[in-house]
Design a protein around this ligand. Structure first.
Ligand SMILES: Cc1cc2nc3c(=O)[nH]c(=O)nc-3n(C[C@H](O)[C@H](O)[C@H](O)COP(=O)(O)OP(=O)(O)OC[C@H]3O[C@@H](n4cnc5c(N)ncnc54)[C@H](O)[C@@H]3O)c2cc1C
Length: 420
């Protein structure tokens, strides 16, 4: 017996706030199910992704495949080999060789704009509304949610999907006590032609992290002759720039370079070759785990970065956002657009997954701190090793090989098993 057999389908007006990977993927998935009207409201005047590259591994490929988008994403650099290096001595610390998996697609690093345009190509015309910044929302009970935009327009929706990123207005309206804080990490990212740096070191053509104890520089080709630098530095947030808000803002080259003076000369030279105006700065914020991803009697649901403010940990947040969109659509379809049943089901599938991520990060931080303490007065090189070895050999397939289609099937089996 299926548990969802009897009720009739309800027509649902869905407002998706945000046109990032989460919003676009959710719109694609929801447009494939019956009796749903979807609109995406995006604050930007033009849909573009600030930043540089993005990694697409099996979990993201699986989700893109289910949405019918995978074949549209054709650009990128295969990342079969990934290095971790000591940025001061040049010592190779780990070298991971990835193997082909059942997705049949190579792990890649691509330009963020390529993922964005591949998703956009599958969003039905007329759904995306630009220059629409959500200002506030009002709960109108059975009538839905009223959405007020900064341009003075108002609309009403039965379901609001908060896909508006880590600084989510949807989340901050419905979860009024929620707060994100600067983690101390600042990230600087850029793309430049590989030809401009290829004389510096052959190892720069291999995707890799070059570390000091509190900073790293990430190098990777991203396809189409472009090469990415994503560098980051941690400074104690109690002392440094606690109110920092920068997200994708241009920054002086000298400011970026000043954080990486301990590195090998060829790394410093690579940073120096970034054309003026090429860097964008991102201040990393994070917030605690939510107890629920739904609010206002199942009229609000969060997907992507708004639902788990982990500040890019795991380097797979776009994948998580796309998985969220897929599961939300499956849950609504299964429960014939009855949000009182579909949203708790979404919560039951996605919340424990995000909880596991929070728990994993906390336990890794504890282990790293304990190891550092045990080392007493560690040298620079010991600190670098300690920074990267904690995950060595640990099975992270629950993230990077996650098969969201199989997760859904299993959830349905469990649901129906309970009721037979
Ligand atoms: C340095 C760094 C590296 C990363 N590397 C990777 C990686 O390699 N692989 C990976 O998968 N992920 C990576 N991530 C994470 C990934 O970028 C995010 O997880 C992903 O973009 C989240 O998608 P989203 O749609 O939830 O939010 P976002 O991409 O943040 O999109 C939110 C959208 O909402 C819009 N918006 C915000 N507020 C409003 C409003 N009030 N009204 C209307 N619109 C609004 C914004 O303009 C934006 O378009 C990285 C993140 C960082 C910071």
């Amino acid at each position: 017996m299926t548990v969802n057999g009897n009720s009739s389908r309800r027509h649902l007006r869905v407002a998706i706030i945000g046109g990032g990977p989460g919003g676009l993927a959710t719109a694609i998935a929801l447009s494939k199910i019956p009796d749903v009207t979807v609109n995406i409201y995006e604050q930007a005047t033009v849909l573009r992704e600030a930043g540089a590259g993005i990694s697409i591994g099996s979990n993201t490929w699986n989700a893109l495949e289910l949405l019918g988008v995978a074949d549209t994403l054709t650009s990128g650099h295969p990342t079969w080999t990934v290095l971790n290096m000591n940025g001061r001595s040049g010592e190779e610390l780990t070298r991971r060789e990835k193997v082909r998996d059942e997705t049949g697609r190579p792990p890649i690093r691509t330009q963020r704009t390529k993922l964005q345009s591949a998703l956009l190509a599958h969003v039905k015309p007329g759904i995306l509304q630009l220059s629409k910044r959500l200002a506030r929302m009002v709960d109108k009970g059975h009538e839905g949610v009223e959405l007020y935009f900064e341009d003075g327009t108002i609309t009403t929706a039965d379901l609001v999907v908060g896909a508006d990123g880590i600084r989510s207005v949807v989340r901050d309206t419905a979860w009024t006590d929620y707060e994100i804080k600067f983690t101390g990490t600042t990230i600087w990212r850029t793309l430049l032609p590989w030809d401009d740096v290829k004389d510096l070191d052959p190892r720069f053509e291999i995707t890799g992290w070059w570390h000091t104890p509190t900073t790293h520089v990430y190098f990777s080709p991203v396809g189409e002759g472009l090469w990415e630098i994503a560098s980051r530095a941690w400074q104690d947030p109690k002392i440094h720039s606690a109110n920092k808000k920068s997200w994708g803002v241009p920054v002086e080259n000298s400011h970026v370079e000043s954080h990486f003076t301990e590195y090998l000369p060829q790394i410093r030279e690579a940073l120096a070759r970034v054309p003026p105006g090429g860097w964008r700065e991102f201040a990393a914020f994070a917030g605690p785990e939510l107890a629920k991803l739904t609010a206002w009697d199942n009229k609000i649901v969060l997907v992507g970065d708004s639902s788990h403010a982990l500040s890019g940990a795991f380097g797979s947040g776009a994948g998580f956002a796309i998985e969220d969109g897929y599961i939300l659509a499956r849950a609504l379809e299964y429960w014939k657009n009855d949000t009182s049943k579909a949203l708790p089901l979404f919560d039951a599938i996605r919340l424990p997954y995000y909880s596991r991520m929070y728990a994993h990060l906390a336990s890794e931080a504890d282990k790293r701190a304990a190891k550092l303490k045990a080392l007493g007065n560690p040298t620079f090189d010991e600190q670098v090793k300690n920074k990267i070895i904690t995950d060595g050999g640990k099975d992270m397939s629950w993230i990077y090989q996650n098969d969201i289609g199989a997760v859904w099937k299993e959830s349905v089996q469990q649901l129906e098993g309970t009721y037979t």
